[in-house]
Design a protein around this ligand. Structure first.
Ligand code: SMG
Ligand code: MG
Length: 390
């Protein structure tokens, strides 16, 4: 599969450069329709940082762009957290970008490369610049990335439930909604029995997978092998993020493919994990890897190595979900992603045309930029603070 023929593989082609204007850092409070419990904690609301940038092109035209930072409130999924992301964006990342002079999205990561870590903060800035750049050129994100599909299958991520009965009720609801793939959050004590019951409920043909968010240890291989009879697509991130060798050992001990999420933070690290046999399937999350451009590099690498990929989610609003839908339309995304309808998490979205599912599929946005329009009135209603960095 030649996946990069229709685009510049490195994104470092000579697109017009822009002068960066003011950045607006806006925080919004979005209640979840129901609590979402994982092995690291329970969320009942999202405190989300949005980045808005104004950029001026060579002809003096000004375009705005938006990015969404996927960091959670606490450093529980990864070391980043939303207050820290806002701080590093304001005090370290934006000043570096400004001193880099005129740039486009491909110039963002290089301008920030001397600053360690903070991929989610960096990704939010790159996303805002990319949105403005594509809006200025009237190009959709999907076509910029080289998407080959106009609609993608939609999977849903189901939190840990206290009882199997409750879990089955929730899963049945999502099956009724049309989701084509179920992902169950698991942890020790809420795993084998829960998976067995769900597999029986949904039957052998509905794709099912599990996500441990690092809740197990190397010694749990035989325990996790008890999942093998349930014909799961994959076990996502069973071990701590640093334990790449442990994942390779587990992959040899368990028949179900091992998929990495938290461990994958760059294309080079992904290449190493694949080489070691630790990553049989890759969950690609743009925020976790520093942006959509690095996400595409990981996609291309995985295609070359025959590693199936799928697009993960971080309970994004319509901004991030629209962009994720475009990414997931690339040819290597052969497994359904965590790109559920906006209503899976939110009663109302900040975009005018939230992601919906029809026959288990999401339509890939084709309008210019990342592919959303904001509902300004609702956005203002959920805004808790705005700070301009000029
Ligand atoms: O956006 O559909 C979504 C959430 C998918 O389970 C999901 N994300 O580890 O993959 C993961 C988690 C991270 C966020 S948990 C609060
Ligand atoms: Mg995960």
């Amino acid at each position: 599969m030649n996946v990069s023929a229709s685009r510049s593989n490195t994104f470092s082609h000579s697109s017009p450069s822009f002068e960066l204007g003011a950045f607006e850092l806006r925080r919004i409070a979005m209640p979840l329709v129901s609590p979402f419990r994982t092995s690291f904690g329970s969320q009942d609301a999202r405190d989300i940082l949005l980045v808005r940038v104004e950029m001026t092109d060579d002809d003096g035209n000004v375009t705005e762009g938006w990015g969404e930072c996927v960091a959670l409130s606490e450093p529980s999924y990864s070391p980043e957290y939303v207050d820290g992301a806002q701080h590093v964006i304001e005090h370290h990342l934006i000043p570096r970008l400004r001193s880099a002079g005129r740039l486009d999205a491909a110039g963002v990561a290089p301008a920030l490369s001397k600053l360690h870590g903070h991929p989610m903060a960096k990704a939010a800035l790159e996303m805002a610049v990319l949105d403005a750049q594509l809006r200025a050129a009237d190009i959709s994100f999907a076509s910029f990335l080289g998407a080959t599909r106009t609609s993608i299958p939609s999977g849903v991520s189901v939190g840990i439930h206290d009882t199997v009965d409750d879990l089955l009720r929730t899963v049945q609801g999502y099956i009724d909604d049309g989701y084509v793939r179920i992902k169950l959050k698991i942890e020790p004590g809420s795993d084998i029995e829960h998976v067995a019951a769900v597999r029986e409920l949904i039957g052998p043909d509905t794709p099912l997978q599990v996500d441990a968010n690092t809740a197990y240890r190397r010694t749990d291989g035989q325990h996790l092998a008890q999942l093998d009879p349930f014909d799961l697509l994959l076990i996502e991130q069973p071990l701590p993020e640093e334990d790449i060798v442990g994942h390779a050992l587990l992959a040899a001990e368990v028949d179900t493919p091992i998929c990495l999420d938290e461990s994958l933070v760059s294309a080079s690290g992904t290449a190493d994990a694949i080489e070691l046999g630790a990553c049989e399937i890759a969950n690609i999350k743009p925020g976790r890897v520093g942006g959509y451009l690095e996400a595409v590099r990981i996609h291309d690498l995985c295609v070359a190595k025959n590693i199936p990929v799928w697009c993960g989610g971080m309970l994004e609003t319509g901004i991030g979900r629209a962009a994720n839908a475009a990414l997931a339309a690339l040819p290597g995304f052969t497994l359904p992603g965590d790109i559920s309808a906006s209503t899976r998490f939110y009663a109302q979205d900040i975009v005018t045309d939230p992601i919906t599912i029809t026959d288990g599929h999401v339509t890939v946005p084709t309008t210019s930029g990342l592919g959303f329009d904001l509902d300004a009135a609702f956005l203002n209603r959920v805004t808790t603070s705005t700070h301009t960095v000029s």
